[in-house]
Design a protein around this ligand. Structure first.
Ligand SMILES: [Zn+2]
Length: 507
């Protein structure tokens, strides 16, 4: 070694000893320092701790090629970037995306934020459920409702008659069950009214016991077709009824639900199961809250494997806050876990403060947590308690929290490896189905341009880790996921080889 080099090395060692990191930086070139910094950032990002296998790396190369093709087109024409177009207009274009096609094939493990009444695609509901015998429609308090009746009356009319009178009736019905593109120019408050009304329109139809069975089966089918093998569905306890008017208590609802899940599992290899998060409208009074929590605790003891916990629903901006119920929620028995929607708002220092209560009340996960990044202390407290955020980017866009997911605050969470799981919230309301659309938006708009398979794999693994499954169930689910993942990787590589051979043959 030349003297100069030797001196340099010694000096460097001394400096390193003296001032550690800063000193090391002094010995690095600017570009080395830059690289080290970015490598650390990359490592911190969700999935940055995963090392891809050789085969996964090959798949990732193909994914990144597709991703970069789409991004390159958008860099020169940002209007063409599909995630930043409103989903109500962009859905069909997304379906033509190669990245979306890839994501549909990826095993996604679990969906942990999905509402029962927004879970089945609207076309299925209209074609298969509203054409059944004895389905009636009528206005109740100004909202069009569907119901199954044996004997009509009281303003209810068979859908058959509506359809005979108006050949566009199904278009009208679809508008009642979804948010149309006209909602894009409406106020957030008006959109929430239309959003809530979609559930009112559907509720009594789904509560019809034979219809409920078909409906739940279809929920699971649409998820399964999208490579989701487990779901935690939020919903109210429903009093199911028969066509002849017999109304059942809540136990029949749970029994029927469990029966359909078991039937689906028997019919579909690899489907892991369902748990139920009971939710209550946040506008209720304290005594209703207390009664609901007692009821939940009772049913949790009867169905410990099926019932996951409790949540409040409705717009946080114009409903009651968690703090309004802190006594009732504190009084809930220890076996009731919370999965609160919290921070689904753009306002600051108002409904977003639900995040403080969610964390203090030991919520198991945070639904949306849109405002969490604005509260660094709560964010760190939630991180230390390992509370995952359920990110639903399309819902947040359609319900007007953001216009462009590149500005979604949860990007900060992903960038720091905060535990995030992806949910689809109420896909049927935005004429969607499955979980892939939300995964697509996250991958395209909320990750670096060269982030790929490692992020997707981590999101799927997070969905198992932060689910309400028992430890034993999680281990089995993870095994099953990894098997499905390896199969996906092999199949993808095989399909690429076939494509290549075809190309060679054609040439
Ligand atoms: Zn939700």
């Amino acid at each position: 070694m030349r003297v100069v080099d030797k001196m340099k090395a010694v000096t460097c060692r001394i400096v390193m000893f003296a001032t550690s990191l800063t000193a090391m930086v002094d010995c690095e070139s600017y570009l080395e320092r830059r690289e080290r910094l970015l490598t650390q950032e990359r490592r911190n990002f969700t999935g940055g701790d995963l090392v891809l296998s050789q085969k996964e790396t090959l798949v990732n190369v193909a994914l990144l090629r597709m991703k970069n093709d789409e991004l390159e087109a958008a860099y020169t024409n940002s209007a063409a970037f599909l995630p930043s177009q409103n989903f109500l207009l962009a859905r069909q274009s997304i379906e033509r995306s190669k990245v979306f096609d890839f994501i549909k094939r990826v095993p996604k493990a679990c969906v942990l934020h999905i509402h029962l009444l927004g879970a089945v695609s609207v076309d299925y509901v209209i074609e298969h459920l509203t054409y059944q015998e004895d389905v009636y429609g009528g206005y109740v308090n100004g909202v069009f409702k569907l119901k199954v009746l044996e004997t009509p009356g009281g303003g209810w009319k068979p859908l058959k008659e509506y359809r005979e009178e108006n050949s566009s009736f199904d278009v009208f019905l679809k508008e009642k069950l979804t948010l149309t593109s006209s909602s894009m120019t409406e106020s957030k408050e008006d959109v929430w009214v239309a959003f809530k009304n979609t559930f009112t329109t559907l509720f009594d139809l789904v509560a019809h016991r034979p219809t409920f069975k078909k409906y739940v089966y279809r929920v699971l089918e649409e998820l399964y077709l999208d490579n989701v093998f487990y779901a935690e569905l939020r919903g109210a306890f429903m009093n199911l009824y028969e066509t002849n008017g017999t109304v059942y208590d809540v136990r029949v609802f749970i029994d029927t639900f469990v029966e359909v899940v078991d039937e689906f599992k028997a019919d579909h290899n690899g489907f892991v199961g369902v748990k139920f998060i009971f939710n209550l409208y946040r506008g209720v009074d304290g005594s209703t809250m207390k009664a609901a929590l007692d009821q939940l605790s009772y049913f949790k003891r009867l169905y410990p494997d099926f019932i996951a916990g409790f949540d409040l629903v409705g717009s946080e901006d114009d409903g009651k806050n968690l703090v309004d119920f802190h006594e009732e929620l504190h009084g809930a028995t220890g076996d009731v876990k919370f999965f609160f929607h919290a921070g689904e708002t753009n306002w600051y220092g108002r409904a977003d403060l639900n995040l403080a209560d969610a964390v203090l009340l030991n919520t198991s996960r945070i639904g949306h947590g849109y405002a969490l990044a604005k509260h660094p202390l709560l964010l760190e407290l939630a991180r230390s308690r390992d509370i995952a955020v359920e990110l639903c980017p399309i819902s947040n866009q359609v319900l007007k929290l953001h216009y462009d997911p590149r500005n979604h605050p949860a990007t900060v969470l992903l960038a720091t490896g905060y535990p995030v799981v992806i949910g689809n919230d109420d896909p049927s309301v935005w004429q969607s189905t499955g979980l892939s659309y939300d995964w697509y938006v996250v991958l395209m708009a909320m990750t670096w341009e060269d982030h790929g398979l490692e992020v997707l794999k981590k999101l799927a693994m997070n969905s198992i880790k932060y689910s309400a499954m028992s430890e034993k169930e999680k281990i089995a689910a993870l095994d099953q996921f990894l098997t499905a993942w390896d199969r996906f990787v092999d199949e993808f590589l095989r399909s690429q080889e076939v494509d290549q051979r075809k190309r060679v043959y054609v040439v």
